[in-house]
Design a protein around this ligand. Sequence first.
Ligand code: NAP
Length: 495
Amino acid sequence: MEQKFREDKIFVGGEWQKGRGDSLTSSFAAEGSVNATLSGASTEDVEQAIGRAQDAQPAWAALKPHERATVLYRISQGISENVERIAWVQTRDTSKALSETRALANSAAATFRYFAAVLETSDELMTVPRGDYSTLSVHEPLGIVAAITPWNSPIASDAQKVAPALAAGNSVILKPASWSPLVGLELAQIAHDAGLPAGLLSVLPGSGREVGNRLVEHSAISKVSFTGGTSTGRKLAHLAADKLMPISLELGGKSPTIVFDDCDVDLAIAGILFGIFSSSGQSCIAGSRLFVQRKIYDEFVARLVKATNKLVVGHPFDPTTQVSSLVHLDHRDCVEAYVELAKQEGGTILTGGTRPSDPSLQNGAFYLPTIIAGLDNSARTVREEIFGPVLVVMPFENEDEVIALGNDNEYGLACGIWSRDAVRCRRVARAITAGTVWVNTYKQFSISTPFGGDGASGIGREKGREGLRAYQRQKSIYEDLSGQPHPWARWPAES
Ligand code: NAP
């Protein structure tokens, strides 16, 4: 079926209206064409969205948890019914392979369903009293949450913030990335159709520096949930500190994958390919630093290169495609610049290192899966996030050395370990600084398992039952049971 982009409107406080800010261009980088030009949001639109959010939030917060959950279930259902539409829009917006965007849309539906279930099943706590009183610990919404998301997996990262924030009784203003302005607007329509009261969700595609920044600074915003690059996250953390406002930061990564000489080689190769080259490496958790134990290094790397050369680089709508275009021609320039840097740093390109020669891909932002050897852990190409299909591979001798190498990086997002020795796997998993460790697998995800980074990879965790609490404040209530005046007051006096 022929699909169309929605008209040039953004979703402010329950209404579709033309944005009053600078225009944004959604491009289909796989073909070097333009999808749509959109009038982005302005700071005036931010003010309007905040006003509507303030009006709508108290009644939403006053609903019983199971009543809010009913709306979240309907949003989940709406996403499920629109998976093909969302996947199409996201593939056009980001050039990700359709198979991946379908999976992301399904995961967004699961996220809403999960947080509806968490909401219905979360209890408040009555703590053990230490006097003649009872003590309750209850959770209340924060108010208005600003969710700021990147371009690489928009529907999944949007849902990961919007679902728990709404479940917790907040209103939400979502600011998607300028390179992927369209997907969040699909979510707005679905939430509206599902009966989410007007004002509880606004979607404001617009400039990060203007719209995003205004949201973070605004006194009416009670929390920011940010996913994006580390340098942006640092700036926002400073702004949040000035307001003493909670902020959660899901940031970049340069995750180590460790291959011990006793691993199942075929399993490891399949996992490593998926870990770095799916999504064309545009994944925060990409396993972009590969350490292979010296004894098997030459043979393993030769097989890995052979397997990499078999990956199908192609158009995102082609079901056989494994590696699609990068999100934007400008982003491919950045990836290319890193590969040039790697050569200057003394690296050897084992495969890739260039654009594909296929004439049908010439207009797109394609880049071949690339493996680089001959660098050590101090090279910039090894230390910095490239966010593209580029893997650096290095040998190591023993467990202690590889733990030190793995941890010798400012990021701490993820890690992969490949070995048949389960005890060693557990030991290394505990010794590595990372929010998530995969053992004999990679890039598996579950909404019920907390996710987040350490160090330069961020602050806080999303997902899991506790993901709801990240959007609430905790209150303790003491209720007297004695009926007696406090003895300290010596009142009422006896005479
Ligand atoms: P980015 O440049 O930091 O942008 C992320 C979001 O922040 C965008 O919506 C952007 O808007 C906005 N923004 C930029 N400057 C801002 C400012 N001064 N104030 C408020 N908002 C601002 O990141 P990206 O290039 O979109 O995404 C790639 C990065 O995200 C990578 O580093 C990747 O590792 C990270 N990421 C992390 C996770 C995780 O869970 N840890 C998941 C996915 C991606 P504009 O688009 O308008 O600039």
